[in-house]
Design a protein around this ligand. Structure first.
Ligand code: ASP
Length: 417
């Protein structure tokens, strides 16, 4: 028997990822900046093509999910289950992060003067300051207020995904309740969704090239020099993420009645794309394809759970923020009392919800957690050097968490129907 299309696709992406990493190391060694610059457009084109599909896909898929759900009650039931799943798994992630960082203690005894802490760039510093000044409550309120679009077309044009989701939910519910008047729109959205999926499958053929270029450029620019000083910290984050990844795989296997490895394999193209792009939003089109094609999740579940998950469900980011903040506390010798750890637990869970699904967002919302426990924002400078690399790992877990969410929500939906 020949390899399935999915297995072949996954194999090509994996080869591209490994080859890109090796090539990146060679470029780093020879400081071949010209080659890096000429590689960058290839990765950028891949990301742009993925982004091109986000708005039409989110708009049409949420709308069609609601229409296919058949009633506002069904929508409410799926919404509640999705949110419950996001909260439970995020809490597990942060808890795991806290346990791991307290056992490994990567920041204890660290000579912070050996770390670069060359300070934050001006734009990052501004983002961090304003995020920390806003505080948790205002940030959460901000997320809520910002979710309501004043102008849906502006939201679509500027890719404000949460706003597009909210508009789409309103439109979908209106269509449900006015079936006859909405027939033409349903036909349009159905067609938009189907054609977007066709385009995704085309773009996926380019994934190996895009991923090769993205990996090579990131590794060539980051190198592994910072790893020795921050190796223990990186180890703590990656061990925490791996443990959470395993927990998610077992949850999926339990609810989907498939082997954990089978679930991981099915989601691999999405995870590898997440790894190389560091963006759950850019990965969304591929996540959709994987869940529907490889996991056999019903369209209506994937259409609803994934766009929402990509925007607000970030297990990897939440875990990373808790480890990073405790690491900073350990490195500066600050108060690591249980009370502070409880504050970190709560704020990291919520700050991750507020993080945008783009590269580096977790680093910015981490300032909320630091401020909540009174740690210095300068601490971010300590971990900056390895943030790009860790972003790859945490985004991978974020996307896997979204995939697992679809099977969990679907299994509970079936049970209650
Ligand atoms: N890059 C992550 C994502 O898109 C967010 C983060 O920075 O943690 O899921």
């Amino acid at each position: 028997m020949g390899e399935t299309k999915n297995a072949k696709e996954t194999k090509h992406i994996l080869i591209a990822l490994v080859a890109g990493t090796i090539f990146g190391l060679i470029l780093y060694h020879y400081q071949a900046t010209d080659v890096v610059e000429s590689l960058k457009p290839v990765g950028e084109i891949f990301i742009k093509l993925l982004k091109m599909l986000i708005t039409p896909l989110v708009l049409a898929s949420i709308f069609m999910a609601i229409v296919n759900l058949g009633s506002p009650e069904e929508l409410g039931s799926m919404g509640v289950k999705s949110i419950a799943y996001y909260f439970v798994t995020t809490a597990i992630a942060v808890l795991l992060g806290l346990v791991v960082v307290n056992i490994i203690q990567p920041g204890v005894g660290l000579d912070i003067s050996t770390l670069s802490s060359g300070g934050l760039s001006e734009s990052l510093n501004q983002k961090v300051q304003s995020s920390s000044e806003t505080g948790l409550l205002k940030t959460m309120m901000g997320v809520l207020m910002d979710a309501i679009p004043e102008n849906p077309f502006e939201a679509m044009a500027n890719m404000k995904i949460l706003q597009v989701i909210v508009f789409s939910i309103f439109l979908g519910v209106a269509a449900l309740l006015n079936r006859k008047a909405s027939e033409p729109l349903i036909g349009f959205m159905d067609s938009l969704e189907t054609l977007s999926m066709v385009l995704i499958h085309w773009i996926m053929k380019l994934a190996p090239y895009g991923i090769f270029a993205l990996m090579a450029a990131v590794i060539a620019e980051t190198g592994f020099d910072a790893l020795s000083a921050l190796g223990k910290y990186m180890g703590a984050v990656i061990i925490g993420l791996t443990l959470h990844f395993i927990v998610l795989a077992f949850i999926a296997s339990w609810r989907h009645k498939a082997s954990p490895l089978g679930v991981i394999k099915a989601c691999l193209p999405a995870m590898l794309t997440a790894f190389s792009t560091s963006s759950s939003a850019s990965t969304l089109p591929i996540t959709m394809a994987c869940v529907e094609d490889n996991l056999g999740v019903q369209k209506k579940t994937a259409q609803f759970v994934l766009p929402l998950g990509a925007t607000i469900n970030m297990d990897g980011t939440a875990l990373y923020e808790s480890v990073a903040v405790i690491f900073i506390g350990q490195a500066y010798g600050l108060d690591l009392s249980i009370a502070n750890q409880v504050i970190i637990f709560m704020t990291a869970s919520l700050a991750a919800v507020g993080a945008a699904a783009i590269p580096g967002a977790g680093l910015v919302t981490m300032s909320i957690v630091l401020t909540a426990v009174g740690y210095p924002l300068d601490g971010i400078g300590l971990i900056l050097a390895v943030d790009r690399l860790l972003d790859m790992f945490r985004t991978c877990v974020n996307v896997f968490g979204d995939c697992v969410g679809t099977v969990v929500v679907e299994s509970f939906e079936k049970k209650s129907s």
